[in-house]
Design a protein around this ligand. Structure first.
Ligand SMILES: Nc1ncnc2c1ncn2[C@@H]1O[C@H](COP(=O)(O)OP(=O)(O)OP(=O)(O)O)[C@@H](O)[C@H]1O
Length: 385
C-alpha cells in the first residue's frame, strides 16, 4: 500500500511539476514574444528617427523682407527683394554675398525665424507646407557655439540626446545614434576631451563648430540651416566642417548655409549657389554653372582665380574705393592703366548688369520652372517630431 501511495504521490507531483514547468515555459515564451514584439516596435519607431529618408522639397517664391526705417515713420528698407529658389535633398547650398547683402536674413526667412521688426511677404514651403523650427524637421545652427566648457564631447551629446530623442528609444539605440554622430562629424579623436572655456584648455574652434552641428543632427532633421558655419576657422578646419555637412546632405537631407568667402576647395563642395547683393539675386542655380553665367554676362572669371573671389570682387562695393584710389595713383605716376572690367566699371554698374542679366537668363527661367514642378509633386507630409 505504502509503495502504491508513494508512487501515486510521486506521479502526481511529477505531473504537477510538468504542468507547472510547461505553464512557466509558456508564460516565459509568451512574455518573450511580447517583449520581442515590443522591442521590434520600439526599434522600428526609433529606426524611423535614425534612418528615415523622405522626399523633401524646400521652395521659396518672391520672398521680400522689409524693415521700418526712422522708428517706423513711414519709410521702409528692403532687406530682400523677391528671392525665389528651391533646395533639394542630397545637396548642399551656399548662400554667398558681401557683408550686409542679406545672407542671414534669407536664411532666417527660410527657417521662419525672422526678427519681429522684419515684415516678410512671399512663400516658403517645405513639402507644400509652411513650417517653423522647433518641431524637429528643421534645425538652425548659429555662428556662436553654445556649449558647456566642463563637459566632454560625448557627455555633451549624451545629455542632448537623452533630452531630445524620443522616449521610446532604448539606451543602446541612443548610444548608437551618439556614436554614429561622433563618427559622421569626425569627432572620434576628441570624444573624451572637455569642450573647454576661458580657463580650461579644450577643443579647437573647428572641433567646437563640429560639435555644435552634431547637436543639431542628433534628431536627424530634414533640413539644416547654418549661419556661417566656417566663420573664424582656419582653412583646413573650415574644409573639414563643409565636408562633414556634405556627408550629412548625402544622407538624404537638405543643407543650406550662408558663407562669406569660401576657398576654392570649399566652393567646389557646394552643389548649389545663391549669390546675393543688397538683397537682390545675382545668381541662383548650380554652383558649377555660376562661372558660365558670369562669363555670359561679360564678367569672365580669370583663369586660376577662385570663382568665389571673382564673384565677390564683382559685387562687393568695398572694392570701388580701393580701385579708385589705385587708379588715381596710377594716373598720377603716368603709368598706363590696364583696361579690364575691374577698371572700366564700378561694382554698382556690374551689380546692375548682373541682376538684369540674371532676371532674363535661362537660370532664372529654370528656377521658376523647377519651383512649379515641385509644387505639382504629391509629396508625403513630414512627421512633426
Ligand atoms: N532685424 C533687423 N532690423 C533692421 N535691419 C536689419 C535686421 N536684420 C538685418 N538687418 C539689416 O539687413 C542687412 C542685411 O543683413 P544680414 O545680416 O542679412 O547680412 P549678411 O549678408 O548676413 O551680413 P554678414 O555677412 O555681415 O553677416 C544689414 O544691413 C542689416 O543691418
Amino acid at each position: 500500500m505504502k509503495v502504491e501511495e508513494s508512487t501515486e504521490n510521486e506521479l502526481e507531483q511529477s505531473e504537477m511539476k510538468v504542468e507547472e514547468s510547461t505553464e512557466n515555459e509558456l508564460e516565459q515564451s509568451e512574455m518573450k514574444v511580447e517583449e520581442s514584439t515590443e522591442n521590434e516596435l520600439k526599434q522600428s519607431e526609433s529606426s524611423t528617427v535614425m534612418r528615415e529618408k523622405k522626399e523633401i522639397y524646400l521652395v521659396w517664391e518672391d520672398v521680400t523682407a522689409v524693415v521700418a526705417k526712422n522708428l517706423g515713420k513711414g519709410a521702409t528698407r528692403k532687406l530682400l527683394n523677391r528671392q525665389s529658389g528651391y533646395a533639394l535633398p542630397d545637396r548642399i547650398m551656399a548662400i554667398m554675398g558681401p557683408s550686409g547683402s542679406g545672407k542671414s536674413t534669407l536664411l532666417d526667412a527660410l527657417a521662419g525665424r525672422l526678427s519681429s521688426n522684419v515684415i516678410m511677404s512671399g512663400n516658403v514651403l517645405l513639402n507644400g507646407k509652411q513650417r517653423k523650427i522647433g518641431n524637429g524637421s528643421i534645425s538652425y545652427t548659429t555662428q556662436e557655439d553654445f556649449l558647456f566648457g566642463t563637459l566632454t564631447v560625448k557627455e555633451t551629446l549624451t545629455y542632448s540626446a537623452h533630452l531630445r530623442l524620443p522616449s521610446t528609444m532604448t539606451k543602446d539605440e541612443i548610444n548608437s545614434v551618439i556614436e554614429n554622430t561622433i563618427m559622421k562629424m569626425g569627432l572620434q579623436d576628441c570624444a573624451d576631451n572637455k569642450v573647454g572655456n576661458w580657463h580650461l584648455r579644450g577643443l579647437s574652434g573647428g572641433e567646437k563648430r563640429r560639435l555644435s552641428i552634431s547637436l543639431e543632427i542628433l534628431t536627424q532633421p530634414y533640413v539644416l540651416f547654418l549661419d556661417e558655419p566656417t566663420s573664424g576657422l582656419d582653412s583646413a578646419s573650415a574644409l573639414f566642417v563643409i565636408h562633414a555637412l556634405k556627408n550629412i546632405a548625402l544622407d538624404g537631407r537638405i543643407v543650406v548655409c550662408s558663407i562669406h568667402q569660401p576657398s576654392g576647395y570649399i566652393f567646389d563642395l557646394f552643389d548649389d549657389l545663391c549669390l546675393l547683393s543688397s538683397g537682390e539675386t545675382i545668381y541662383f542655380g548650380e554652383a558649377k554653372l555660376a562661372v558660365k553665367f558670369f562669363a555670359e554676362a561679360g564678367f569672365p572669371c580669370p583663369t586660376r582665380r577662385n570663382p568665389s573671389d571673382h564673384f565677390l570682387r564683382c559685387i562687393n562695393s568695398d572694392f570701388d574705393k580701393m580701385a579708385s584710389t589705385l587708379l588715381r595713383s596710377l594716373r598720377d605716376s603716368a603709368v598706363s592703366v590696364p583696361s579690364n572690367f575691374e577698371t572700366s566699371f564700378t561694382t554698382e554698374d556690374i551689380k546692375a548688369k548682373l541682376i538684369e542679366k540674371y532676371r532674363s537668363s535661362e537660370y532664372s527661367i529654370n528656377t521658376r520652372k523647377k519651383i512649379r514642378q515641385i509644387a505639382l509633386i504629391n509629396v508625403s507630409s513630414l512627421h512633426s517630431r
